[in-house]
Design a binder for this molecule. Sequence first.
Ligand code: A3D
Length: 315
Amino acid sequence: MTTSYKRNKIALIGAGMIGGTMALLAAQKELGDIVLLDIPLAEGTAKGKALDIQESRAIDGYDAEIIGTSDYADVTGADVVIVTAGVPRKPGMSRDDLVGINLKIIKDVASKLKEVCPKAFVIVITNPLDAMVYTMQKVTGFPTHMVCGMAGVLDSARLRYFLADGIGIAAQNVQAMVLGGHGDSMVPLLSSANAGGVPVTTLLDPETLAAIVARTRAAGGEIVGLLGNGSAFYSPAAAAIQMAEAYLNDKKAVLPAAAYLNGEYGYDGFYFGVPTIIGAGGIEKIIETPLSDDETKALAASAGEVKSLVAGLGL
Ligand code: A3D
């Protein structure tokens, strides 16, 4: 009996800082063949990054094909699409300040994806995240469980790192989640955060914990301020690739993601950061975790902000 296996196809829309980093990570993890797409004006960037990564194949040993393009025909049949098309923040800007310019871009990208890869699992990264993932789903009409946003994995990784650093242990030993919208009102959950099963509230004093929560909320802006030009890209790329891997390898991974709510947490009809299970079915389930009273209130405030931004999209 002969069995032939086809490699997965991963399309990265936007070949900028996050797009290029994701291409490298996806190649190193051998997730599949990679298409790096940008606008015609930046096609050279997409082609150049693709060729640069291809030229490291002999060193790294992976076999994936990586191409750069501005032609959506090359995206045809993609299994996973990760979208970073748009512009990042500059120092002093909020994520919501990007809505005008990025809304047009996401509408354009979504209308093309709808034609070429209707079965894809789509992960949006472009900010303002919760509004852009909503736009992606509305314009493509793809099933809501096949369209999601990356923010929670990144925000939670930041929280986990800051907690681990404060306690003096390895970051992977800390389990903690950030829920809600991907903005200043995001909700780091301390009630369930633990280090190897031990509640972090017993390991760090309240002042230190409050400072960590504040730093987590402002962590994206901290990097924007340091870089002076552009926003974080290594950790956002790693976070989105973890989500893509969970889908492609049916990992049933518990990962916070911007998922479409149908009554979970008492909300309905918009995308919001919640714990999910990601596997071959996309967002297979939204998990409802117990929250403290303060966390419930903070989540309500964050939901109010996301809902008003989404209401202004005119979709
Ligand atoms: P950048 O390096 O500027 O790359 C964006 C790329 O998108 C550029 O190469 C553009 O040419 C390209 N682009 C613009 N319009 C289109 C289009 N219509 N079709 C295809 N490509 C297009 O930015 P980046 O990679 O640093 O960031 C990308 C986005 O991610 C920004 O909106 C950031 O705000 C956002 N971001 C989100 C997070 C989250 O956690 C959600 C974290 C970091 C950055």
